[in-house]
Ligand binder design. Sequence first.
Ligand code: COA
Length: 268
Amino acid sequence: MIEIRPCAGFDELEACVDLQIETWGYDENDIIPRKTFLLAQKIGGQVLGAFDNEFPPDPPASRTNSLVGFAMSLPGVKTRNGKTHAYLHSHMLAVRESHRNRGLGAQLKWEQRLEALSRGIRHMEWTFDPLQIKNAFLNIHRLGAIACEYRVNFYGVSSSRLQGGLPTDRLLAEWELDSPRVEAILARRPAVVEKIEESILIPASIDQWKANEASRERALTVQLENRQKFQRAFSRGLAVIGFSRDKDGNGVFELGLLPQAWSETRKI
Ligand SMILES: CC(C)(COP(=O)(O)OP(=O)(O)OC[C@H]1O[C@@H](n2cnc3c(N)ncnc32)[C@H](O)[C@@H]1OP(=O)(O)O)[C@@H](O)C(=O)NCCC(=O)NCCS
């Protein structure tokens, strides 16, 4: 039985730090310390944990080592259309390897959404690496986020093992929490089909290319080519509105004009 709830107390926040290190393999320059998790909670952000009370099976689980996932967000302030609003920047989402692909990552995000809406916050955003097919699938297809901003080498050099030494290029995922698009996904209603103007492909082997010194150059070439494609498409007013996988496991970003209904709710 998995329980998702706000982390409480120093030990549970420390467990998030441990899971962060286990997930990304960060060195001391990149690690977000317990203090920052604590602050996130105190200043209007979120630290939600997923706890599996049967984990690990041996020895019997304690309160803290049963943490199998977490989502952390920081509060932000944005001015759009002359109005200033609070929003949440979701900075980290991690699920322990043993518990992945069971819907837990998505569940943590939906809980973040509910908690945000309960405080009147209608917008969340986060950055993600457009070379990570699984993350793109989760963010765009499963959650209904949209992307229309590309940030080149956003964090500078990163010690994350998932980065493979490549520039930290990121797409900005924007999640309009009560938009028709997101609510349709949540209610499992068929999405409105938007016209796709352009597709950008991520090869299925990209993670292997990144992980291996000999093939890293190949991954970098894809990153640089796709960077240009995204930048050109966004400057033409297109946005990432869909993501799919083809039969060979390649990821396909689908770009089109921002859906009208979505634009209307994007008022903050
Ligand atoms: C990203 C992460 C949090 C997702 O957690 P998770 O619990 O595995 O996610 P979910 O099970 O909710 O959803 C993953 C979806 O991707 C799919 N998926 C799995 N492997 C995939 C792959 N190689 N390519 C595309 N999609 C894939 C799953 O099938 C699932 O979709 P489904 O619900 O249609 O079956 C987890 O993989 C993780 O901790 N990764 C490392 C850290 C990270 O990258 N964090 C996010 C950026 S901050």
